[in-house]
Design a protein around this ligand. Structure first.
Ligand SMILES: [Mg+2]
Length: 347
């Protein structure tokens, strides 16, 4: 398989370098699309450092502390039960659908300013979407964690949830992405789920009706090593691999990191970062953010996670109170948190 990918990449590279192709790419050129997707996979594989994931037996429960932060309960309930949540999601994808034709026809990449490394000319369009809480919901998982008072997000337990294949697609997202594919766009699902979840994730996406290639090559998992030296949740290198072969026309996410890298900063710094990266000209046109009040990089910096990944619910709540009222001391340090260990949730 890897040899075929490499061969396809070399053939495509040679064709481009020899300048044999002088006409605009069309979506009907299926062979060309196959070669381009293979080249994206090859590009991402080049960043990949194999890591052995230990999937737990799924018979265990993460540590519990018996504390239920009120703010977390409201957020999970809103995502899981409120019609308002459905309406927001439908509104976003409806608005995106009205922008679709223009976005697919427009020149240039819909990428952050610092990620415009690859030319866009003569490339077929692609749409990059995050998975969790962008096109599928994990509401039942989040509610389970809350109900059982888990101390903190547990990645192994999330793997077990993934294996259950109970995540449900947002119908409006299915419609938008199927429409985009019918109009010639290739959809890339760029997720921070780990590669050991490939089978249940691909099967879930297919079951929900999302356009997934027969070989699943357009589902891109979190990778390690190479330019991703943080282990590695940054999606920029993967976006760049897509942009090396496709013109990125639209992006969808529930986290700022689905659009730009280096988002693990304080709120005012994140806002400045987004502005610097040209976000204001993209929102609602080519970039679409889905609501997620339950988890994300926006929250991680405020919760002041402990290095051991076991931040009690009472501390999480107190830390958030310190952001709401700067006069209140932080639970851990006595001051507003300036740093944090890492994001502990899927993106
Ligand atoms: Mg997400």
């Amino acid at each position: 398989m890897r040899h075929l990918v490499l061969l396809s990449s070399l053939v495509l590279l040679a064709a481009c370098q020899n300048g044999r192709r002088s006409e605009p790419m069309t979506a009907n050129d299926a062979g060309d699309l196959d070669a381009r997707v293979a080249a994206v996979v090859s590009c991402i594989d080049a960043q990949w450092v194999p890591v052995e994931f230990k999937t737990p037996s799924c018979s265990y429960l993460p540590p519990q502390d018996g504390f239920l932060p009120a703010n977390e309960a409201y957020a999970v309930l809103w995502m899981q039960s409120a019609y308002e949540s459905e309406a927001v999601i439908s509104s976003i994808y409806g608005a995106a659908g009205m922008q679709l034709d223009q976005a697919l026809a427009a020149p240039g990449h819909a990428l952050a300013t610092s990620e415009l490394d690859h030319p866009s000319e003569r490339k077929p369009p692609a749409i990059i979407v995050d998975i969790d809480e962008t096109i599928v919901d994990n509401d039942a998982f989040n509610a389970r964690g809350l109900a059982k008072r888990f101390i903190q997000f547990d990645e192994g337990y999330f793997d077990c949830w993934g294996a259950e294949q109970k995540a449900r697609g947002y119908p409006a997202a299915v419609r938008l992405l199927r429409d985009a594919e019918a109009k010639g766009a290739t959809v890339f699902y760029v997720t921070n789920r780990r590669e050991n979840q490939r089978t249940p994730v691909v099967e879930t996406l297919r079951r929900e009706g999302f356009p997934v290639r027969a070989d699943g090559a357009n589902v891109v998992f979190r990778n390690f090593g190479g330019t991703n030296d943080d282990g590695s949740r940054e999606k920029g290198p993967r976006r760049q691999c897509v942009a090396s072969q496709f013109r990125v026309a639209m992006m969808f996410g529930d986290n700022l990191g689905d659009f730009v890298d280096h988002v693990h900063q304080r709120p005012e710094q994140r806002r400045a970062l987004a502005t610097k990266e040209g976000a204001d000209s993209h929102w609602g046109r080519t970039w679409f953010m889905l609501p997620n009040p339950v988890y994300g990089s926006w929250l991680a910096v405020m919760q002041g996670f402990r290095a051991d990944g076991q931040t009690p619910g009472s501390d999480r709540e107190r830390n958030l109170e310190s952001w709401a009222d700067p006069q209140l001391p932080d639970a851990e340090t006595g001051t507003v948190q300036e740093s944090f260990e890492s994001e502990r949730t899927p993106q």
